[in-house]
Design a protein around this ligand. Structure first.
Ligand SMILES: [Mn+2]
Length: 313
């Protein structure tokens, strides 16, 4: 069994009592928001639910009170058994880190990435939806699960962060309909965007240096930003927003943000307007969506950039 219908997903959830929720490493707003809303919904259904993530949870999400219920990987004993491991917003098994290794349970996956590897026993995939948050809101609507104020807050954040707050091409009438349900439930757009988009003063200093590492290629159709190791040490894990600084430059089709993970490993985030970002990333074993994708390359940062430029026509 790989892809499952919404009814098969419902039956599986109905028959499970204990459910462990997890999301991908480097959790973003969609991952965290979907998980917190699903946690609350499942608890309301009488399930015994835990949330475990194999990574630090960025501080900016802590305005959502249920964030404090997310357990670190260390609290998950090896061989932990559960009726269901429900994985949100992750498209490969590796992306959930150690959680997948420590838990013994049937795996279910709710996701929206076209590049999903169908690794789970049951996959409910909506590549037509902007985000996992949109998918969870839709499930709540179809299943008549109440969207509480805190769920609305979490799901609005999930959809907002994956759509650039409803600016990207993945924003559809359905996205807005689901965001509307969140607003009806009491979501506060200004509170959410202030929490997510708040900038520390020190970050402005870093941005000045980051902009020094921006360069243009392919007659200005491709722009790159290299976050070298010394820069990454100053930035920390929070690289959100950097791609937004370059993706809307006039004449630019492909925007690439390269992050040095080590001397020889580079992580690339690719955004595009015309070319296929997913296809570019797939050259390096990565993936995502047609307009937004990512990959890891086993090369120093400047070599990684050359390799990516070489596969862009
Ligand atoms: Mn997502």
């Amino acid at each position: 069994m790989a892809k499952i219908s919404i009814d098969q997903l419902k039956t599986s959830i109905d028959t499970a009592h204990s459910i462990l929720l997890t999301v991908h490493v480097s959790p973003d707003g969609d991952a965290i928001g979907s998980m917190l809303a699903m946690y609350e919904a499942l608890v309301a259904q009488g399930k015994a639910v835990r949330m475990v993530v194999d990574d630090v949870i960025p501080e900016k999400f802590s305005f959502l009170p249920l964030c404090s219920k997310i357990e670190p990987i260390e609290s998950l004993e090896s061989g932990y058994t559960s009726d269901m491991l429900l994985i949100l917003d992750a498209s490969t098994f590796e992306r959930i880190g150690e959680v997948g290794v420590r838990v013994s349970a049937p795996t279910f996956n709710i996701d929206h990435h076209i590049s999903n590897t169908e690794f789970a026993d049951g996959l409910y995939l909506r590549p037509d939806f902007s985000s996992t948050g949109e998918t969870v809101a839709y499930l709540c609507k179809i299943w008549n699960w109440e969207i509480t104020q805190s769920m609305g807050q979490a799901l609005y954040m999930a959809m907002g962060t994956d759509t650039g707050f409803f600016k990207f091409s993945n924003t559809t009438a359905h996205t807005m309909e689901m965001a509307g349900l969140c607003l009806q439930a009491g979501a506060q757009p200004h509170v959410i965007s202030e929490a997510i988009e708040m900038v520390e003063p020190g970050r402005i200093e870093v941005m000045k240096q980051v902009l020094d590492n921006v360069s243009f290629h392919h007659e200005g159709q491709v722009v790159s930003m290299c976050l070298t190791l010394p820069l990454m040490e100053r930035i920390g894990d929070d690289t959100d927003g950097f791609v937004d600084m370059i993706r809307n430059i006039k004449g630019v089709d492909v925007a690439i943000v390269l992050k040095a993970k080590t001397e020889t490993v580079t992580r690339a985030s690719i955004r595009s307007k015309v070319r296929d970002a997913n296809q570019i990333a797939s050259n390096f074993g990565g993936g995502g969506h047609i307009r937004a994708a990512g990959c890891s390359i086993e090369s120093p940062i400047h070599e990684a950039l050359e390799q990516i430029l070489a596969v862009i026509d």
